[in-house]
Design a protein around this ligand. Structure first.
Ligand SMILES: [Zn+2]
Length: 156
């Protein structure tokens, strides 16, 4: 597992201690940490935004769904949008899934493939809708995303 600084979101060698980059001690309580993560969603460096999005998804932070949807609908960097789509796929809930349906028609095929994959994993009507959308997609990656195995290899 990779650990990230609660202040600058740089990578840490282990849990606890001080960040070698910014010197921050890593002892925020859970609420402060989530607040930091949510602030980092507006960070000027895309990689930092991605890390914050990833961590919010891993923690299944439902209170971040609104912000993640805003990123999906408004962010220009397709890699950041792809991360937000992956996070929404982990958190789920109706609002998140509706946003994934929109993302399944995003201009970036990376985003579309990730959205289709998350919808298929959710199963039921979401999976059926995703398969219908994917079938007519111009990108083979998106069409193949309906096979959940194909995306697992890419997540490493
Ligand atoms: Zn730091």
């Amino acid at each position: 597992m990779t650990f990230f600084c609660v202040n600058c979101f740089g990578e840490l060698s282990g849990e606890g201690g001080r960040c070698p980059r910014c010197g921050a001690t890593q002892n925020l309580d859970g609420r402060d940490y989530v607040a930091k993560l949510r602030n980092a969603l507006a960070h000027p460096i895309a990689e930092t935004r991605r890390r914050a999005i990833y961590l919010l998804g891993e923690k299944r932070m439902e209170e971040a769904v609104g912000q993640l949807i805003e990123i999906v609908d408004q962010e220009n960097d397709p890699f950041v949008v792809e991360e937000a789509v992956a996070a929404l796929g982990k958190i789920r809930g109706a609002m998140a899934m509706e946003a994934l349906l929109r993302a399944a028609r995003h201009k970036s095929f990376l985003v579309r493939a990730r959205a289709i994959h998350s919808l298929v994993e959710a199963g039921g009507d979401w999976a059926r809708a995703a398969k219908r959308i994917a079938r007519s997609d111009s990108s083979a990656l998106v069409r193949d995303a309906v096979q959940t195995k194909s995306m697992k290899d890419r997540q490493a």
